[in-house]
Design a protein around this ligand. Structure first.
Ligand code: ZN
Ligand code: ZN
Length: 346
């Protein structure tokens, strides 16, 4: 039984989420799916928006782009999703007609709107999504874990940009949720070796529990010391930047092997300075990685279901839906002990 009324959470101004009563959408497009939202993850980009510092997010906005839910209704032409399925959605609204879209690179669509940023997100009891962006998760995967498939897809995409990964050592700057997931994907994809650096020992210990033992605690040793301790004279060929600050970028660019690759996944509040002469002389590939595509969700789901990918250990706190503001306050006050915070919608 679907309710007629629902609660919606809107970020009306920086640091202020307000709740309102709205109507549940009652007419569903023929290709649409109605989702009863269960969990929403909060990520770094959400925090930028909450603080009013996300450069591409005008307020007011309904947040929520990483989530899980249960299907409660489907349009008349929907064939791959049915009522009762546990699902998540890919929050990218793309035009399908620009150059990148025509080339299959719709993750960098010229007219991209991401739900939760430039289009309304899922911070409400019910949400309508087109079938082709809905992913059914088979088996008994929890709603908690399903909500983390969106950041997992980010990591799936970034690591898919490394060719012949089996012959390469990958160094990840940052052990937050994205850095953690990138390290996990690099390992699952068979990287020769995976090393992760961060200042936060809590985050590095979690990686060690997940079997990623080569970590550099930057509060105890320099990046260079850590790299020589772990790799000796062996170079590394790939650096993946998952922090979004200049020193982390420099650690990778300054130490990656000549001819190596540095992928940019972190979101930068400040524009970093980079020695482009050095990039040129070393023929480095400094390359962006933007969100994900359909196949990255498919890959993340496959490895979550197979047990290769571990998502549950990343969850550190949960808050009820009406404590959305309190969740952000907690994250701001406790950076050292939060990794992934979930909102329990229903
Ligand atoms: Zn996110
Ligand atoms: Zn497009």
């Amino acid at each position: 039984m679907i309710a007629r009324d629902m609660k919606q959470a809107t970020l009306t101004e920086p640091k202020n989420i307000r709740f309102s009563d709205e109507q549940v959408p009652d007419s569903l497009g023929t290709m649409d799916v109605l989702i009863h939202v269960r969990r929403i993850g909060i990520c770094g980009s959400d925090i930028h928006a909450y603080n009013g510092k996300h450069p591409f997010t005008p307020l007011p906005v309904v947040q929520g782009h990483e989530y899980s839910g249960e299907v409660v209704a489907v349009g008349s032409q929907v064939t791959t999703v049915k009522v009762g399925d546990r699902v998540t959605g890919r929050p990218q609204q793309v035009c399908g007609t620009c150059g990148p879209c025509k080339a299959g690179r719709y993750n960098v669509c010229a007219n991209l709107k991401v739900e939760g940023f430039q289009a309304p997100g899922v911070a409400q009891d019910y949400f309508v999504l087109p079938e082709d962006r809905t992913y059914v998760i088979p088996g008994t995967v929890s709603f908690d874990e399903i909500a983390l498939l969106e950041p997992a897809a980010v990591a799936a995409h970034a690591t898919s940009m490394v060719h012949n990964i089996g012959e390469k050592t990958v160094v990840v700057a940052g052990a937050g949720p994205i850095g953690n997931l990138i390290a996990q994907f690099a390992k699952i994809r068979g990287a020769k070796r995976v090393v992760v650096s961060d200042f936060n020992p809590f985050r590095l210990q979690l990686l060690e529990k997940l079997g990623i033992m080569d970590t550099i605690n930057l509060s105890e040793e320099s990046f260079q010391q850590g790299i020589s301790r772990i790799l000796g004279d062996e170079p590394f060929q790939v650096g993946i930047e998952a922090v979004g600050v200049e020193p982390a970028l420099h650690n990778l660019v300054d130490h990656v092997e000549k001819g190596g690759q540095v992928l940019i996944v972190g979101v930068y509040e400040e524009h970093p300075r980079l020695n482009m002469g050095f990039v040129g002389e070393h023929e480095l590939t400094v390359q962006g990685s933007m969100m994900y595509k359909h196949q990255d969700y498919v890959q993340a789901i496959e490895w979550l279901v197979s047990g290769d990918l571990q998502l549950a250990p990343l969850i550190t706190q949960r808050f009820p839906f009406d404590a959305y503001n309190e969740a952000y306050q907690f994250i701001a006050e406790n950076p050292a002990k939060t990794l992934k915070v979930l909102i329990d919608v229903n």
